[in-house]
Design a protein. Structure first.
Length: 416
């Protein structure tokens, strides 16, 4: 009889687990308001070193530089959650086979470290392009079915790793900024792929809130093409990213296309300086394009610069451009019965300094931009997380141990 009773209890538990998977939750169990993106890599360890525990652990790499007191200081500023980028490439690399379990365990320990500091955490699988010292990145995952299947298994295993954590304090983002479906239709591949990722995560983590997105770099227009009813689960938060206007937020970024690297010295907003001073900055950019850009691209770059400037050279034009993504997401949410608290502006920010470039964006411009974007998000009832802790867009750190100017952090502190 004891054995029979045990078998009955086991069967009931199994049925309850299946029911939990089959029935959607009534609302997201994870809530958030104001957040910061942590760094992904600081020293960009090459793949040839990923088999060395001293090189790759603890993971993510910010653990080598930040302590619990550093995280508690972020809570004191007014943040209530951190978005923790985790590069999935090491989990897909043959170099880490002997360390794979250690990598998952280290991600879990990192999430718990953030929780101990009094902050909630989104564990964000943050693919970046391959190249240089890494073999697998966004392109390989999206273009090769076998690699995508391997990525699905990483999602499944990461969800399992996090599955026993407090769902009010830990959430899981399945893929950052998928670079797919950037064409006119915008729904050829990503909806089905996201469903596969969702199924893998939900089968392993029944109660965790999952963060889902649209295709094409998680932009607002791509999110608006997603049918949320295709994923019958209410324990979801939807995310979009906005760095509009890109001409101003990514000045000098060598990795963001062949045009923006020539653009530095523009204020935010463009009307923050007298027109004569703006014209001098624009002429400097034009001279740089004429001198340094490939000759086949110069005329189109100069025309594009003029077009972009004309689209934001008055307060009304700039407001319209910056408001547009929020209005797009708001309209989509209302049409699909999604509450504002279940939407997050997962990334926004303004570059401070491209690595190796002497130009540093004036701190007052960065603070003004961040304030304006926060105001938009909060007016719509969306949570937000600024990019990011350090590096080119750093609001706390910069490069090589330097500190960023305090202006952005002061602006966030003033919200309390």
């Amino acid at each position: 009889m004891a054995l029979l009773g045990s078998m009955i209890k086991t069967s009931i538990a199994a049925l309850l687990a299946l029911a939990a998977l089959a029935l959607p939750c009534q609302a997201a169990t994870f809530s958030m308001k104001r957040g910061l993106n942590l760094d992904q890599w600081t020293t960009w360890t090459g793949e040839e070193k990923w088999n060395d525990p001293d090189a790759i652990l603890p993971y993510p790499e910010w653990r080598k530089f930040l302590k619990e007191d550093d995280l508690k200081a972020l809570k004191d500023v007014g943040f209530d959650f951190l978005r923790m980028p985790v590069d999935p490439s090491p989990f897909l690399s043959g170099e880490t086979l002997a360390l794979r379990d250690d990598l998952y365990a280290s991600v879990l320990d990192s999430a718990r470290m953030i929780n101990r500091a009094g902050l909630k955490v989104i564990v964000d699988l943050h693919l970046i392009p391959a190249g240089g010292s890494r073999k697998i990145g966004m392109g390989e995952v999206m273009d090769d079915p076998a690699t995508f299947d391997a990525y699905v298994e990483v999602v499944r295993k990461m969800a399992h790793t996090l599955s026993q954590e407090d769902p009010g304090r830990v959430a899981f983002e399945l893929m950052n900024e998928p670079i797919v479906d950037c064409g006119e239709n915008g729904t050829n591949l990503w909806p089905d792929r996201q469903k596969k990722l969702f199924a893998a995560a939900r089968s392993s983590a029944t109660w965790l809130t999952l963060i889902l997105t649209g295709g094409c770099y998680s932009n607002a227009a791509s999110l608006a093409k997603i049918d949320p009813k295709a994923i019958p689960d209410d324990n979801i938060i939807w995310t979009f990213h906005s760095y509009d206007p890109f001409l101003l937020t990514h000045q000098g970024a060598t990795w963001a296309g062949d045009f923006i690297r020539y653009v530095t010295g523009l204020p935010y907003p463009l009307t923050a300086v007298p027109r004569a001073r703006l014209d001098v900055a624009l002429e400097t950019i034009r001279d740089r394009i004429k001198a340094e850009a490939p000759w086949t691209r110069r005329s189109s770059m100069l025309a594009y610069l003029d077009e972009q400037v004309a689209s934001m050279d008055s307060p009304d034009k700039l407001v319209g451009q910056m408001d547009a993504p929020f209005k797009t997401v708001e309209d989509w949410a209302k049409a699909n019965g999604i509450k504002p608290q279940d939407i997050t502006l997962g990334e926004f920010g303004m570059i401070r300094q491209e690595y190796g470039n002497a130009y540093v964006m004036p701190a007052e411009y960065r603070a003004a931009y961040v304030r304006d974007m926060i105001a938009r998000a909060e007016a719509h009832g969306f949570s937000w997380s600024v990019w990011g802790y350090g590096g080119a867009f750093g609001i706390v750190g910069a490069f090589d141990g330097d500190k960023a100017e305090p202006n952005v952090m002061d602006a966030i502190r003033s919200l309390r």
